[in-house]
Design a protein around this ligand. Structure first.
Ligand code: DON
Length: 298
């Protein structure tokens, strides 16, 4: 079944590989991998499911989970809202009434989430993030230095977002340090298989179904899935919920993580993106899978 979906969706050759982070432009445009992890720890895979790519924004829900673990629900809510914006992921906005970014899935909110992770200094904070995401994936994740350097060299828009948030009182601390942590989190290397296991860990109440390790306490899981449901697919979140109906997060390198609570996790990778920045084949495959397996939550 998974390979049938892969075959059908491979026919899609539209979309463009992201280039605004120059290193991402080297991704193989034809690459396409799907992983599906069930809660008994089985992982089904097809295509380029073990090809590495930088996680980019798919890291956001998992770092948000870590911020929740470090500060609790109220502590995090005071600093990051949970309202979808309909704006692009990199818009330079905060909720001016509350001086909070709108939600943790846009860059502004994700930068604040990264700043909330406990630890002294960049290295300690980043190591906590790397360890947390590794627990979700069930293997030790590593940094793609080239992507990190490339993003650091060209990340002025995120710098603008961060400085703007600091003038609004939405972000504390040293902007360069916060962004180093954020850029590094986005540059962790994963595969479609990893994203399947990471999502299945959320679906399994925070316990990795392959390793048995607890990656996040169960009390935080529903909050992470909630922001994925409402804000996870950029300004496509509404149509995504309508068509596919599952909590998910996409990223500009072409990854998508999809979680269906109590049932399974899906990870997809295909770097050609539509105009909103979502993987063309990834979305097509999710629609197929949702229909064929009857996964729509509503
Ligand atoms: O901050 C950026 O622009 C990238 N590191 C991540 C962008 C991304 O995947 C967009 N997601 N919502």
């Amino acid at each position: 079944m998974l390979s049938q979906v892969h075959e059908v969706c491979s026919q899609r050759t539209d979309g463009e590989v992201a280039t605004y982070i120059p290193q991402l432009a080297y991704a193989p445009p034809e690459a396409f991998g799907i992983g599906l992890a069930t809660l008994d720890g089985h992982v089904y895979e097809t295509g380029d499911s073990r090809l590495g790519f930088s996680i980019q924004s798919v890291s956001k829900p998992f770092v948000y989970a870590l911020a929740l673990a470090d500060h609790g629900l109220e502590g995090v809510l005071q600093r990051i809202g949970v309202e979808p914006t309909g704006d692009p992921f990199n818009s330079i906005t905060v909720d001016e009434e509350t001086a909070r970014p709108f939600n943790p899935m846009v860059n502004a909110g994700a930068i604040v989430a990264a700043s909330l992770v406990k630890g002294t200094g960049v290295e300690e904070k980043f190591e906590r993030i790397r360890n947390a995401l590794s627990a979700f994936a069930g293997r030790e994740l590593t940094l793609d230095e080239r992507v990190y350097n490339s993003e650091n060299e060209t990340g002025d828009r995120n710098r603008a977002i961060a400085y703007f948030m600091r003038t609004m009182g939405a972000l504390e601390g040293d902007v360069d340090e916060v962004l180093e942590v954020y850029f590094k989190q986005c540059s962790l290397l994963v595969t479609a298989r990893d994203l399947a296991v990471m999502s299945a860990t959320l679906s399994n109440g925070g316990r990795n179904p392959v390793t048995g390790e607890v990656a996040i306490e169960p009390e935080h899981v529903s909050r992470v899935l909630a922001v994925m449901s409402t804000c996870g697919m950029y300004d496509y979140a509404g149509e995504w919920m309508y068509r596919v109906g599952l909590p998910a997060k996409s990223g500009v390198s072409g990854g998508i993580a999809v979680a269906l609570s109590q049932r399974l996790g899906i990870g997809l990778y295909s770097p050609r993106l539509d105009r909103r920045g979502n993987s063309v084949r990834g979305i097509a495959a999710c629609e197929e899978l949702s229909q064929r397996l009857g996964l729509h939550v509503l």
